[in-house]
Design a protein. Structure first.
Length: 292
């Protein structure tokens, strides 16, 4: 594993590691390795790990090798294609033919920026392996991690929580995924594309948060644009590129789990009740939006 790649071998795996495997260039699947060749991870029913609920699922599905189901079920895991929520799989089923990568914790802000793809590291520190494994096994034992949602509550959110015990409290629930946050950091272009395809955040109220990370990114971008104007770099592709990349870097820092001020430590034993309350509030918000 080096500065620009988190790829590791199976011999380097340790119980309590947060691992992931790229399914396509823009999406990686995350889980917690608990030892003995087993990975606990969060997925969606029907074997669709990202679950946008649109035809985008079909595109992603084609890029994911079939595993744990079909005509040749895994001899260890059986047919897991109909399972959803927090499940346990063998390492082969989890990787689905992809390479093995180690998610990094407690990295410096400089390293976070250098790692240009989201979903690879965070500045947040990890808890000891025994706590990580306890959280993962507790959630596996039927307590769950709430309803899977690509933008608000996905496999990376699950692994982040198991490693840190941190949840992000906002009107959109508890999303901490750096894959999703990287999308937000580049100006929301991909998010808008997903919404065009039919994927929306759980609550439309998020757009009205005056002090949200997104608004801070916007303010920082305006400051950079003003600075470029003062030094005479006000037009052209170069200025656009500088502003865009600066926006991306600042956004990734602001949205990072280790930097956010709305992240709170939540004991795993209290998580199930908390998720029920949060999801109940989201349902009420969505119903209110529909009734307007």
């Amino acid at each position: 594993m080096g500065l620009f790649s988190n790829k590791i071998t199976r011999d380097e795996l340790k119980a309590g590691d947060h691992i992931y495997s790229w399914r396509s260039y823009i999406y990686s699947h995350h889980g917690i390795y608990v030892g003995d060749g087993k990975v606990i991870h969060f997925t969606r029913r029907g074997g669709l790990e990202i679950g946008t609920g649109t035809y985008l699922d079909k595109i992603i599905q084609f890029s994911v090798p079939r595993h744990g189901g079909g005509d040749n079920p895994c001899p260890i895991c059986g047919d897991q294609s109909i399972l959803n929520g927090v499940i346990s799989s063998c390492l082969d089923c989890f990787l689905a033919g992809g390479n093995l990568y180690l998610f990094q914790y407690n990295v410096s802000k400089a390293i976070l920026v250098v790692k240009q793809r989201g979903g690879t590291c965070t500045t947040a520190p990890s808890d000891p392996p025994e706590e990580v494994i306890h959280r993962a096994r507790y959630l596996l034992s039927g307590n769950g991690f709430g309803e899977y949602h690509l933008l608000d509550n996905n496999c990376e959110d699950f692994a982040n929580y198991c490693k840190t015990g941190l949840l992000v409290f906002s009107v959109t629930k508890s999303g901490s995924s750096s894959q999703v946050n990287s999308v937000c950091a580049v100006g929301g272009v991909a998010t808008l594309t997903l919404r065009f395809l039919g994927v929306e955040r759980s609550s439309q109220a998020a757009a009205s948060l005056a002090a949200s990370p997104a608004s801070m990114v916007s303010a920082a971008t305006s400051a950079i644009s003003t600075t470029l104007g003062l030094v005479g770099v006000s037009t052209g592709f170069g200025a656009v590129a500088v502003v865009a990349y600066s926006n991306y870097c600042i956004g990734r820092l602001i949205y990072d789990l280790g930097v956010r001020k709305d992240a709170r430590k939540v004991p795993v034993e209290e998580l199930a009740a908390l998720v029920s309350v949060l999801e109940g509030n989201l349902d009420n918000n969505n119903n209110n939006d529909k009734n307007k």
